[in-house]
Design a protein around this ligand. Structure first.
Ligand code: ADP
Ligand code: ZN
Length: 212
């Protein structure tokens, strides 16, 4: 199964991605997580990505596309994958189509999670995530013990790029400007599945499974 998932910040992509990956036995590739880990580890990629991620802007396409191309070559991606956060603009979508064509693979579906702007904003403000594994929590759905991750014991905190209002607004603006056109792009390819992102994580997940 080869899938991509997109939607505005706070639409619940991270939460749903974890469930989809588990159900279909495929790895999730989150470009946001890749950049955050690279920045934390101070790698060459981290140094390149840092200023963009901190400002809520898009990391340059040539960097991002290279990262994904390399990641998709790994053994664990040969039977399928779920891409979360990529492609994020039409240029990345075209580059991704070229990758698929080269490897003779087909995308099964492009999942677009739809939520109203005020919901997306309030979810961004109340979400927390594990510094070690990236697992998502919310103020209303904390880990069992004192903000330590249920999966790995890591510290669960606010994401740095969620703290500043300007950064959050910039990411939402870029979503509308750069990422929303993917709706048309994947509609034209006959792959678009629009999913209502309102309701509990279980409800949204069953809509996704139904659409797939
Ligand atoms: P969000 O969807 O909440 O903005 P992500 O974890 O998907 O969070 O991304 C965090 C940051 O990583 C983005 O603001 C951007 O700087 C960078 N990033 C992630 N994916 C991409 C991508 N496909 N192209 C360019 N930059 C990206
Ligand atoms: Zn964790």
């Amino acid at each position: 199964m080869r899938l991509i998932i997109f939607g505005p910040q706070g639409a619940g992509k991270g939460t749903q991605s974890a469930r989809i990956a588990e159900k279909y036995g495929i790895p999730t590739i989150s470009t946001g997580d890749i950049f955050r880990w690279a920045i934390k580890g101070g790698t060459a990629l981290g140094l390149k990505a840092k200023e963009y991620v901190e400002a809520g802007r898009l990391v340059p396409d040539e960097v991002t596309i290279g990262v994904v191309r390399e990641r998709l070559h790994a053994d664990d991606c040969q039977e399928g994958f779920l891409l979360d956060g990529f492609p994020r603009n039409v240029r990345q979508a075209e580059a991704f189509d070229e990758m698929l064509e080269k490897s003779g693979d087909k995308l099964d579906a492009a999942l677009m999670i739809v939520v109203p702007e005020e919901v997306s904003l309030s979810r961004i403000l109340t979400r927390r995530s594990c510094l070690e594994c990236g697992r998502n929590y919310g103020v209303d759905s904390p880990p069992e013990h004192n903000w330590t991750c249920d999966s790995c014991g890591g510290k669960v905190v606010e994401r740095q790029d969620d703290l500043e209002k300007e950064t959050v607004t910039e990411r939402l603006r870029l979503y509308h400007e750069q990422t929303e056109p993917l709706k048309q792009y994947y509609e034209d390819e006959g792959l678009l599945k629009e999913i209502d992102g309102l309701g509990s994580p279980d409800e949204v997940f069953s809509r996704i499974v139904g659409a797939i």
